[in-house]
Structures are given as C-alpha cells and as structure tokens.
Design a protein around this ligand. Structure first.
Ligand SMILES: [Zn+2]
Length: 319
C-alpha cells in the first residue's frame, strides 16, 4: 500500500516536529556544574554536557548561518512557511550544540530550498548545507508507510521526519567539517561522516531526550537507508561513493549496538545485526568515536577549552 501524500498532515507534522522544544527541562541530574545523563555509553563519548566558558559569545569563530529560501513551486510553499515558522535549524539540537564550537575558516550556511528533487547536500564552493523541501515531503511519506507497516501511532510520521532530518543534516555537516577543516579521512568519506552523524547524535542530543530515544532516532535513520534500497544492484551501485543501503544500515546498527552490547543483545536475535559483526561492534564504536574526537579537538574555537579537557579525559581512558 503506497501512502497518499497528505500535504496538510505534513504541514502540521513539520510544525509540531520542529517547534516548542526549547522550554523542555532536562530530566537529568546536575553534578559539579555538568549535566550527566543516567546511562553513559562506554564506546562513544558520554553525554555529559560540559558548558564552554565562552558560550553565548562565540569568540573567534564564525557562527553558522540559517536560512529558509522561498520555493518557486506552489506545492512547496506551505512546507517553506512551516519550517520558517518552526525555525527548523534552531530545533536541531546537535547543530545548535556545535554552532560556534569549531574555528572554521568561513561561515557555514544551513539552508532549506527547493531543489527539483529529494536531496540533502553540502556545496563546498558556497559552504552551504542544503536540505530540500522535496526531502521533507519524501521523509513524511516514508514515515507514513513505516507507520502503516508497523502499526505505529499517528505521531510516527513526524517523529520519522525529525529523526532522519537530524541524521541527514549531521552527515552533511560531517562533509562540511572535513572540507572546511581539511581533516584527514582515509577510506570512504561517506562512511566516516555516517559515523560522525551517529556520534554527534549520541553525544549532543537534546537534554530532554533519553538515551533510549536517541537510539530510537538512529534506528529510524537506519530504516530510511534500508527503505531506499531495492536489493537489486548494478555496477553503478557497486561503484558508488556510498555503501549500499543495506551496508549503511548494518554499519549504523553496529554503532548503536557498540554503545551498549548488553542492552542491545536483542538486536542480534531480531536480525538487525549478525552475531559475527556484533562481536566487533564495541571496538568499532569506540574506534570511530575516539578518531573523530582526536580529529576535531584541535579545531575547537576559543571559549570551548572545556570540551578539550573533557576529550582529553575520554581519550586518556586508554584503548
Ligand atoms: Zn554524503
């Protein structure tokens, strides 16, 4: 059964999905000036939240810039109005967490725009990350299909949109950081920035979100990867710079499992991960997390020294 595009429902979904999160109070203990979530993951950097000394001043680093470009197509006007009204970019907690954190050589712009097709991309010449209105529509439709297939609640499509927008935008932010900071990446950059997106979500999710909710968002991103895969590949697919959808799915599941192998033991039984791959996932998660921390810490902007100290403690735990 194919979902019927329901523009009105999508408008409502976007308005709800990206609005009204700023006032939520964090259900977490505060210790020594740091907010600490109850379940810290071993493999990835824990979600303790260190406050940078320069927060609010953004000393020395160009801030991100956010914009919502008007679409030409009448059918996309309302999506534009809704994301503008919701101020979508300022509702992505991980983007807000790293805005100003790195000493970038130029300003990085985050745009929503009409593209002529569903896409999310980083434009290196303009230092722009573009999220297409067509992608928001496609995500909502896939969220509806997922809701129907799984018998989920009415709020699922918007939940699906929000989770996937976060992962997609963080993936593109990874491309931007690699290019702007001239970070070394050996191997396939697409895989590396998938890892970074997951690590940023594990580390900088909203304070009102539990670790279980963060993991749930990552699993919806994994579902999107799988949903776009036909399973029938040609040479173009094998030659593509991206891994096959199934491989990206299992790589992301592996990163999730690696944060807590005991807690996610059921993933192997459910077929989300093979036992053979699961055995290496704690090491993979830890290795990817430590590598990204090492790459990014030298580029912290003035005022963010506290993050450097936190990273040093994390890296100092060996391995
Ligand atoms: Zn990419």
């Amino acid at each position: 059964m194919s979902p019927t595009p329901c523009v009105a429902a999508l408008m409502m979904a976007l308005a709800v999905a990206f609005a009204g999160r700023a006032g939520a109070s964090p259900p977490v203990p505060v210790r020594d000036g740091q907010v600490v979530l109850p379940q810290e993951q071993d493999g990835a950097m824990p979600r303790s939240v260190v406050q940078p000394s320069g927060q609010g001043t953004k000393v020395g680093a160009p801030a991100f810039e956010y914009d919502y470009l008007p679409p030409a197509s009448p059918g996309l006007q309302e999506i534009h109005e809704r994301v503008l009204e919701a101020d979508l970019w300022r509702q992505v907690p991980e983007v807000q967490a790293i805005d100003g954190m790195f000493a970038l050589p130029r300003r990085l712009r985050f745009l929503t725009a009409e593209c002529g097709g569903a896409d999310v991309f980083y434009h290196p010449d303009r230092a722009e990350i573009v999220l297409c209105y067509e992608t928001l529509r496609a995500l909502y439709e896939q969220g509806q299909a997922h809701q129907l297939a799984m018998g989920l609640g009415e709020d699922h499509p918007l939940h699906y949109v929000r989770a996937n927008v976060r992962f997609m935008v963080l993936h593109e932010t990874g491309h931007a950081l690699v290019e702007l900071l001239d970070l070394p990446v050996t191997g396939r950059q697409e895989d590396a920035v998938d890892q970074l997106a997951a690590i940023l979500m594990l580390r900088f999710a909203g304070l009102d979100e539990t670790p279980a909710q963060v993991i749930d968002h990552l699993r919806l991103a994994a579902n999107w990867m799988l949903s776009r895969s036909t399973g029938a590949y040609d040479l173009d697919a094998y030659a593509d710079e991206h891994a096959l959808g199934e491989q990206r799915f299992f790589n992301l599941q592996c990163l999730i499992y690696g944060t807590d192998p005991e807690g996610f033991a059921g993933m192997v039984d459910a077929g989300d991960l093979t036992a053979a791959r699961a055995a290496s996932c704690p090491r993979e998660t830890r290795s990817a997390s430590r590598a990204w921390v090492r790459l990014l810490v030298p580029h912290l902007a003035p005022g963010y020294e506290a993050y450097g100290e936190e990273a040093a403690r994390y890296l100092g735990r060996g391995g």
